[in-house]
Design a binder for this molecule. Sequence first.
Ligand code: NAG
Ligand code: NAG
Length: 227
Amino acid sequence: MAMPARPLLVLAALLLPALLLSAASAADSKNNPADQLVSLINSNRTASKASSLSDNQGLGCIALQYIKAYEGQCSDVRNKKPPETSFAEIFAPSCGVQVATLSKITGRLMGCQSKYPSPPEAFDILVNDAKDLQVLHSKNHTEIGAAVSGTDGGGPYFWCVLFSGGKPATSFKVDGEVPKTAMHPGCFSGNNDDCAGPTNGANVPISAGALRLVAAVLFSVACAFAM
Ligand SMILES: *[C@@H]1O[C@H](CO)[C@@H](O)[C@H](O)[C@H]1NC(C)=O
Ligand SMILES: *[C@@H]1O[C@H](CO)[C@@H](O)[C@H](O)[C@H]1NC(C)=O
């Protein structure tokens, strides 16, 4: 039996704005706290006549795995480091980074606190003495990767910045795409990705994408009623 024309029209009116709206918001990718920290670091470096560093997504993803190695233990940040072998054995494979392209880490800045610090606040936490400032401004770095993550869907919140002296085009090369499991929870720099913040993907029952679709459908229902 053929559908009457009017319900079809209403259905089209419902779906079209929903599709348009969700496509439009999916294209927006400027919202990533790890990328924001990298720009703060680069503007501070260039203001001090140091070079701007290349934002490497492989290194950014490794910075996020580096955070995970602390297993939420904030107090370990000051005096413990994951073993050097973790880079080749755990971090690179988790990120899809080719082990042969791992390059020398020339510095790191790491911070943690119970309340979430925004990127400018994180900058102040990460750079708070002369030694940190030396790491920030070192001429040995050519590239950078930054990450932020909460723990189990809440605090404590960790920030990690790794610097390397590798060649940006050929170091920390990702095979294909960074695996989804390496992205959650948290955000890392260099992948041009929208990121929902430090608890991104952790214990969140409805994904941001689903929320966007729900919002778009509600919006289009409103449009249909307005017709
Ligand atoms: C760079 O950061 C350091 C450490 O926080 C600060 O003392 C300095 O004023 C900053 N430089 C600029 C140009 O913002
Ligand atoms: C830069 O690298 C050299 C050689 O490895 C090292 O001696 C120096 O301390 C490094 N500088 C900084 C600021 O880390």
